[in-house]
Write a protein that binds this ligand. Structure first.
Ligand code: ZN
Length: 288
């Protein structure tokens, strides 16, 4: 916290204690944090844990464990999207060096094999699932799945959610194609809005039906986005969205817009945790 802000809060606290009415601005606070207070939050993007990674979307179990170890040893605390939302909307304090570990696509057995690691390192992740794939694999499961990295079934999604270590979020119901959630060429703005809202509504219905929760963050498939996408998802009740641009995030207490199109760093294989996270530090990603 900046010293000047701390001073203002202390003066306000003193004033409150003595019954003196403090001036309205800039002493407005949300649960003790001053409006406008900022936090820097790096977000990491993972997909699949695999013994022999052969593309940028896969890393090994050992590499992921090394990441968790590195973060713990370097004073980071993993947080989930709900924590960022609580900071911005309710002024709820974040830990000193917060970081979000996001997993895209909801693959099995990745979702299950990381659970003991999350317990061991007291970590949490945010996992974005694709509704239509979860539906499809729930059906396929009945015949026996042969896919290398199948998507989770709804039973599996419920099971990982119930551990309290995995926050389930939306990767759209069925917009994981090459164009993602972007407006199609030649599509009218109104048709696009209808299409996106219908897709998100379907996802919400499924999540309510199977888990009884609401998703508050949209993870844009492939990071594909149009200029009006964030406005449309706000209409659908989404409080945050994640892109694939690799840059830092500064979120602001009392500024809900600071939670949209947040940037993420893709964690590639064959790199030590020190090497990977040093790169974020070079970009002044750390809260220091
Ligand atoms: Zn994806």
């Amino acid at each position: 916290m900046r010293k000047s802000l701390l001073l203002i809060i202390l003066v306000a606290a003193f004033a409150a204690g003595t019954g003196i009415t403090a001036a309205a601005s800039p002493l407005e606070t949300l649960m003790g944090l001053t409006m406008g207070e900022e936090a820097t939050v790096p977000i990491i993007m993972y997909h699949v844990l695999e013994d022999t990674p052969d593309n940028v979307w896969e890393i090994t179990f050992e590499e992921f464990e090394a990441d968790l170890k590195y973060l713990a040893e370097n004073g980071f605390t993993t947080v989930i999207m709900q924590d960022l939302i609580d900071f911005v909307h309710h002024g709820k304090r974040l830990p000193e060096k917060p970081i979000v570990l996001s997993f895209d696509d909801g693959r099995s057995p990745t979702a299950q094999i990381i659970l003991p690691l999350l317990e061991k390192y007291n970590a949490k992740i945010t996992m974005a699932i694709i509704g239509v794939e979860t539906d499809r694999y729930t059906e396929i499961e009945k015949q026996g799945s042969t896919s290398r990295h199948p998507h989770m079934t709804w039973d599996e999604v419920v099971a990982v959610h119930n551990t309290g270590l995995v926050e389930i979020q939306c990767h759209t119901y069925d917009l994981h194609g090459p164009n993602g959630a972007k407006k199609n060429k030649g599509e009218s703005e109104e048709a696009y809005r209808e299409r996106l809202l219908t897709d998100l509504h379907k996802f919400s219905e499924k999540l309510q039906e199977y888990i009884g929760i609401t998703s508050n963050t949209l993870v844009y498939p492939l990071g594909a986005i149009s200029s009006t996408s964030d406005d449309i998802i706000k209409e659908a009740g989404y409080l945050a969205s994640l892109s694939c641009h690799e840059k830092n995030n500064i979120i602001v207490v009392g500024n809900p817009d600071s939670l949209y199109s947040l940037r993420r760093y893709l964690r590639p294989p064959h790199k030590s945790s020190g090497e990977f996270f040093a790169r974020l530090s070079d970009n002044k990603m750390m809260n220091e």
